[in-house]
Write a protein that binds this ligand. Structure first.
Ligand code: DUC
Ligand code: ZN
Ligand code: ZN
Length: 483
């Protein structure tokens, strides 16, 4: 072997990026990729990737971690458990939430979540700021200060009793984002339709988890998307619409993008791989599948895949929102809650990549390059983490995953490492599994064991970047000047 020149060389693998695939070695020094080529000189450590794929670490830009819900419960994971679970699944970067509830000081909220992440995170992280109390102080003082510190996405809810901000405040938030060059991410469903439907279903005694699906009418998604896009266009502020679940929703986004509105779209594995029928289980069991928006129909799955293929939607995130199936989570209101009393959310931070690898690479839907694009490169670009994250390139962080493309794993509740206690993906057999996971040049998962210390994940400060840049028409059609 030649003289040692690098900290580590991953040798003999088949590299996949969002555009190319090729056979090459990867050399790493000081946590960064320093060379990609054939027959590279030796590293102090060597990883044999013969017969293996080497892909960028996953970038999951929608995960609720150690987060306080509107109902006052903290979800089942800590930063340590959620990011360990992410690492086992091949994800090396997460963008999670700092959640302001009404009456809370946004600066304090961010400090608190930063402290939790600093203590526990095993992978690198950044935050979206949930704004549910958009006071003058929040928008005029705290948002500028926090964007200046690298927190450059604001997240807004158009539904949930205690979180939704209403139309006028939504416009305020869009304008504040524009003034501070931040992107706005939105949970977009029509609140009135959901609460109206919920009341009528309960009045009829239709309380089981499966009625959660009917209580979120599909039209509530398209309506909220249309209203939100109208607002975004009016303010000239780019937006990201989270967790698109319906064919109509994809159509609304396609239409808006077609006429030049700067709107991005995200979906999640649960909308690609599940339907509302998954909620129809005996007793309370269906609660494990409850998330918002709910899973829909097979025709929606097909429309969402097409939206991903055509570029109408750009990212597939997990929306990891883990609630245990007990009195700390899904059954907080007792053993027989109505669907209205059950926390919404599923765990998915670890299963996301294996499920999508299986669907896209092993089963061939859209292929390897699109898998890397949707799960790593595009989210890194939209949230301004690229080229440090989401790529295999000289100068990028050595966040790399060695995949065994042939290994078959049947997911069970015990397979995964989060603290939910179950996975709604149990029973699915996937082909393709992340074998070795490296974050900034350090192996953090190998041989089924975690090697990353809690707190070794780094905060990733982000400016808004190109995705957050307005088109330039000016807010309110120019009527407010440059505002
Ligand atoms: N829905 C949300 O709005 N947030 C967390 C998870 C979920 O299902
Ligand atoms: Zn949401
Ligand atoms: Zn969410």
């Amino acid at each position: 072997m030649s003289e040692v020149q690098f900290d580590c060389v991953i040798r003999g693998g088949h590299i996949g990026t969002a555009v190319d695939e090729f056979d090459a070695d990867i050399a790493i020094t000081d946590g960064v990729i320093v060379a990609i080529g054939r027959n590279l000189a030796a590293g102090t450590t060597e990883i044999d990737a013969t017969d293996r794929l080497v892909l960028p670490g996953g970038v999951d830009t929608h995960a609720h971690i150690e987060q306080l819900s509107a109902a006052g419960i903290v979800n089942a994971d800590t930063f340590e458990s959620a990011t360990t679970s992410a690492a086992f699944g091949g994800t090396t970067t997460v963008v999670c939430f700092a959640a302001q509830h009404r009456g809370m000081n946004l600066m304090t909220v961010v400090d608190d979540y930063m402290a939790l992440a600093r203590k526990g995170a095993v992978i690198d992280y950044s935050f979206h700021l949930i704004i549910s109390d958009p006071t003058d102080v929040t928008l005029k003082e705290h948002v500028p200060a926090l964007v200046g510190k690298g927190h450059s996405t604001l997240k807004v809810f158009m539904t949930y009793d205690l979180l939704n901000v209403g139309d006028e405040k939504l416009l305020d938030i869009l304008l504040a984002a524009r003034q501070n060059k931040a992107l706005v991410c939105v949970h977009a469903e029509n609140h009135g339709m959901i609460s109206w439907m919920g009341k009528r279903l309960l009045e009829k005694g239709l309380t089981a988890p499966k009625f959660h699906a009917a209580s979120h009418p599909r039209a509530s998604e398209a309506e909220a998307f249309n209203r939100l896009i109208t607002f975004a266009e009016f303010i000239d502020q780019p937006i990201m619409i989270f967790h698109v679940s319906t064919a109509e929703g994809v159509g609304v986004i396609r239409n808006a993008r077609g006429r030049g509105v700067k709107v991005f779209g995200e979906t999640c594995p649960q909308y690609l791989l599940m339907t509302a029928e998954d909620l129809d289980k005996p007793g309370m069991e269906g609660a494990k599948w409850m998330c918002s928006p709910p899973q829909r129909a097979e025709a929606d799955q097909e429309a969402i895949w097409r939206g991903l293929a055509l570029g109408d939607l750009q990212t597939v995130s997990s929306d990891h929102a883990p609630y245990a199936f007990d009195a700390t989570g899904k059954l907080l209101a007792g053993p027989n809650p109505t669907f209205k009393q059950i926390a919404n959310g599923l765990p998915g931070i670890e299963a996301r990549l294996p499920l999508l690898f299986d669907a896209m690479v092993s089963k061939g839907r859209l292929g390897l390059a699109k898998f890397v694009e949707l799960t790593a490169t595009a989210p890194a670009k939209i949230y301004n983490l690229h080229p440090r994250k989401g790529s295999i390139a000289v100068g990028s962080d050595a966040d790399l995953v060695v995949w065994d493309a042939k290994r078959q794993v049947t997911l069970t509740d015990a397979t995964l490492h989060d603290r939910t206690g179950y996975t709604p993906f149990a029973g699915r057999t996937v082909t393709g599994w992340p074998e070795i996971v490296m974050r900034r040049g350090k192996v953090i998962v190998r041989d089924g064991k975690v090697h990353g210390a809690p707190g070794s994940g780094a905060f990733l400060p982000r400016a808004g970047g190109w995705a957050a840049e307005p088109i330039g028409t000016g807010p309110a059609g120019g009527a407010l000047g440059t505002a």
